[in-house]
Design a protein around this ligand. Structure first.
Ligand code: HEM
Length: 520
């Protein structure tokens, strides 16, 4: 008996690899009561899924090569969770991990370029990379929008549109910007007089900016109800501007809601373009960008160039709203916050305003007056440098892009030049986090002698077309606000934290109080 037990336990502890040895192990098929055909299907599916997962990791490693980035990726979604709630700290970690680094989101291979040289190389290599903006941009703007054009057709389009931002054109817009700003500031003052508790200026600034844009672009060709509808719905577009969205624009998704907003806005913009053509044909004076554009198309020198349909004009105006609303709002809000937090700078900006406006604070702002405000212009430039509204612009490689001697970005990848490190380079901007408008006042300063670092508006063939308009508008709002009102920023522990909603905003949305100016 004892020897029999010994024999049995020995054979049980070290089974020999014969078919018999597995006789006591229940067969998998007996655990899963599947008909034989279905079992084959399940095994095949499992094998295919497993192979795809292995393939996914292998492709990732193959593309990544030696660049900093995850050693393996979360299957299918990759860093989707991070892209849903991006933080500046996470981005900075990524940018500081190397001049080129990689991430994967929904199997989109993404190369981040953080150095000035690589960022500029991407922006200036139209043969290898073109802007794709965020993932949802084509769905929101429509794939045929001019901003997606490349090469010769993009150059031709831009040649016409550049004409909308000449000094002569800006001279028309400045009066509209000044007038709308004053109307809004009066309303802010009334609201703060009725209820002096500090209020976040996030949405007040967004509304001011949207109404200014609509009136500059479309004048009275959009009625107040239309302007209100676009202003109200536009937030849905901002929310959809994540780096990578849920792939399908199904009802209920952010991209779906953004598309509905575009449709509503386009209805008003197409009608505005048609009304502008009628107004100009009847001999009226141009009062907005659309009028100015229609008039330019009627000039004899324009013959033979592209005629724009109402729909095409509306799509251009929509692209301007798309490109400007978030960036301008961010620039404005940080402009208010930075001025309020730096009383010495606030004082200098106000002194300059009083000097230029003399005894008449109600005198409408003109381009010539803005020329006499170098300190304000230096401040706006510096405020945008410290907190650049657009920290990066996604591009897509159209062919393999040999960006470095030891690395070629595969064709079809997303490649993202980031501007933050260029704009905070201590060699060019000593004490880069310090807000110092004076660095722009000395023509020999390293800030002025290294313009290639100032990437707030990008570079290359797609450099921001609205640059001068943007600088002018932020300057006018701050100039009017500092002339008409006294303001205080209520600092919270979140004032210096950054929230990324398409562009950068202070996390507490900047709590301000405004009072009528005590002394003129
Ligand atoms: C503070 C405000 C603004 C900032 C920071 C800003 C920044 C930028 C940046 C970084 C780019 C990408 C450049 C590139 O790919 O190299 C860009 C492109 C563009 N911006 Fe702006 N922008 C601002 C305001 C505006 C305004 C007010 C308008 C229109 C009125 C505008 C219209 C455009 C357009 C149409 C493009 C695409 C140009 C093209 O593809 O040719 N932007 N902007």
């Amino acid at each position: 008996m004892a020897s029999a037990l010994r024999e049995r336990s020995a054979s049980a502890s070290i089974p020999s690899f014969t078919a018999d040895a597995f006789d006591h192990v229940p067969r998998v098929s007996s655990l899963l009561p599947l008909p034989e055909g279905a079992a084959t299907w399940v095994y095949t599916t499992l094998a295919v899924v497993l192979s795809l997962l292995v393939l996914e990791q292998t492709v990732w490693r193959f593309k990544k090569r030696h660049l900093p980035g995850d050693s393996w990726i979360i299957p299918i979604i990759g860093r989707f969770a991070d892209s849903m709630s991006p933080t500046l700290e996470n981005y900075m970690k990524q940018w500081n991990s190397g001049p080129l680094s990689v991430v994967s989101v929904f199997n989109i291979f993404i190369v981040m370029a953080s150095s000035n040289d690589y960022a500029r190389k991407i922006l200036n290599s139209p043969a290898h990379a073109e802007p794709c903006l965020v993932h949802s941009a084509k769905q929101i703007l429509r794939a045929e929008n001019w901003v997606f054009l490349t090469g010769k057709s993009h150059v031709e389009y831009r040649k016409v549109l550049n004409g909308l931002f000449t000094r002569k054109a800006l001279g028309i817009y400045v009066g509209i910007q000044d007038q709308i700003t004053r109307e809004f500031l009066k309303r802010w003052l009334d609201e703060h007089t009725a209820d002096p508790t500090p209020k976040p200026i996030m949405f007040t600034c967004r509304d001011l900016n949207m109404v200014t844009s609509l009136r500059v672009f479309c004048g009275s060709h959009i009625d107040d109800a239309g302007a209100r509808e676009i202003t109200k719905k536009y937030w849905d577009i901002t929310l959809a501007l994540e780096l990578v969205n849920f792939p399908l624009p199904l009802p209920g998704t952010k991209v779906y809601r953004a598309i509905q907003c575009r449709k509503a806005a386009m209805k008003h913009l197409v009608s505005a373009a048609a009304k502008s053509k009628i107004a100009m044909a009847s001999g009226k004076e141009p009062e907005c960008m659309l009028d100015y554009w229609v008039r330019a198309m009627e000039e004899p020198g324009y013959k033979g160039r592209k005629d724009f349909t109402d729909d095409e004009m509306a799509m251009v105006v929509f692209s301007f709203l798309f490109a400007s609303q978030d960036a301008m709002s961010s620039g404005l809000i940080y402009g208010f916050q930075h001025l309020a937090d730096h009383p010495d700078i606030y004082k200098k900006v106000r002194e300059e305003q009083d000097r230029v406006r003399g005894s008449n604070p109600d005198r409408p702002v003109t381009l010539e007056m803005l020329d006499e405000m170098p300190y304000l212009r230096a401040f706006v430039r510096e405020s945008l440098r410290v907190k650049p509204p657009v920290t990066m612009v996604p591009y897509k490689t159209t062919k393999a892009f040999p960006i470095a001697d030891d690395y070629t970005v595969p064709s079809g990848s997303m490649i993202i030049p980031s501007f933050y490190n260029s704009l905070h380079d201590p060699e060019v901007y000593p004490e880069p986090d310090v807000l110092n408008p004076e660095r722009w006042l000395d023509p020999q300063s390293s800030a002025n002698t290294n313009p290639k670092n100032y990437l707030v508006f990008g570079a290359g063939p797609h450099k921001c077309i609205g640059l001068e308009y943007a600088l002018m508008n932020i300057a006018i709002v701050l100039a009017d606000a500092i002339t008409m009102m006294d303001w205080d920023h209520v600092r919270t522990e979140k004032s210096d934290e950054v929230e990324i909603i398409a562009t950068l905003f202070p996390k507490d949305h900047c709590l301000m109080t405004f009072r009528p100016r005590a002394s003129a």
